[in-house]
Write a protein that binds this ligand. Sequence first.
Ligand code: AR6
Length: 517
Amino acid sequence: MLPRSFNKTLFPLLKHSPQHTLMFRTPINTNIVPEPYPKEYHDCWDHNHVKMPCSKHNSLIDKDNNCRKRRWDIINNALTRPITSSEELEKAILLYNLKYKERWRFHLLHSFFNECLSEEETDSFFNNLLPKIIELALKLPKLITSPIPLLKQNSSHSISFTQMQIACLLANAFLCTFPHRNVSTLHSEYSSYPQINFHELFQLRVLSSSHNCLFEKLKCIICYFKKVTTDDSDLSGIVTYSRRYLPDNMLPFWLKSNKQLTNLYITSAGTIEDDGDGMFQIDFANKFIGGGVLGHGCVQEEIRFLICPELLVSQLFSQQMLATEAIVITGVQRFSNYSGYADSFEWDGVHVDITPVDNNNRRHCTVVAIDAIYYRDPKVQFTPKSLKRELNKGYAGFSWGQNTDCSNVAIATGNWGCGAFQGDCHLKSLLQFLSAAQANRDVAYFTFGDTTLKESIHDMHTFLKNQNLTVGEICKILIKYNMYFLTHPNVGLYEYIYNAVINNDAQKCHSEEKSTQ
Ligand code: AR6
């Protein structure tokens, strides 16, 4: 197995700077939840920051009295009345989302409590847990006192929160309080941001047993809220959300790269999240981070977000990713176990996360979100443009934290872009090896149960490494394959590479022999 690294300090350092917003007071004291920074709530309502539910600018028109009312007051009123059923919860949420009164019906919530949970469990939710979620949500202006910057395209920036602050933001998302985040039409203000309010999830219908995974999503969310609202829960940990943008002048010249492939550990057993501790764990992301987690989606990214719901907060402020961008989240805790995958996904109880923390109280869990391209036509993935796009995307994520304490951290990845996005596993694994080589990182590759794939990738990696081929040379072979493939569609990538390298060797020997004669 590859050596895991648990360095003292994870990247980025916990320091206020123009590139890093800390939402709490430093220096921190481990085991005590750091105080929000600044002490008093600082209001901000502009295009560079998250519009907060508790802002004085967040208002609704009261038609009866012909005046404007603060929406935060309406939220407080609506949520501090007794709520004893999902119907009452829906009504309360609609009181401050008046525009949607005729449109929203929380089918999933209703069937969850009526059909999935027992009467006892339902009572416990409305009598015990929901009041705690509401209490947590209403602490917003006390807990999040500094404006949250939007992590916009074409810029790099990090934001650090305490786990307590994250819990408060997620409680607000669950109660659908974030303003201007309910529509995602083409020209709406946040159309290039992911969803954050939970209303779309709540509205889904369970039409057949293949939709039962939607109930399981709610179980994961409830498991999270149960944990963070227990009195003895430790929410002093820190989580950092970073956007990394690589401008053109920081991108590698792939064809000229002299880097050699790094080491590979490959297995068909295990998963990125179970076995990738201490490594950069790749999230097979959507350009809208989180993908369909608050909708029907239930594959690698969505499952990761459900078992580690702190990841969901990234959806509040991360604009959709561009080609040379990655989003890196450092320090999240895992709260749930699961079994199954996609339709068969099931919540499988509480997860006790024993991942060690760094000296800034951040868990040694770095999730690197990179979005592959979805290939409707599989041929397109072999074009030079597609190859370059995926190499750069991988590099944007893998080169995070270079020249820091994290320089030697390996990548834990797998069939990135090869499930929902229909990429070719042979090509995509190779592209990831090239990006990792360029970033000087070893790779742990999980084929997710596929033993044949494990063998073939392993053999190809060993072959290329033994041949001492550079990143640039391998890129050139890939480009030639694209041309060859047009006239020889039945020749697979690996067959082509083996032949190309061996024939090239033979040619080299032949010309060396000739020159020595
Ligand atoms: N560990 C290792 N490998 C895994 C794991 C895991 N935990 N889970 C799945 N795999 P997919 P994509 C393997 O389809 O094609 C989401 O909706 C498994 O072999 O999630 O990049 C996103 O939001 C699986 O087939 O990734 C995007 O919209 C393969 O990884 C979209 O899907 C690919 O997983 C991304 O699709």
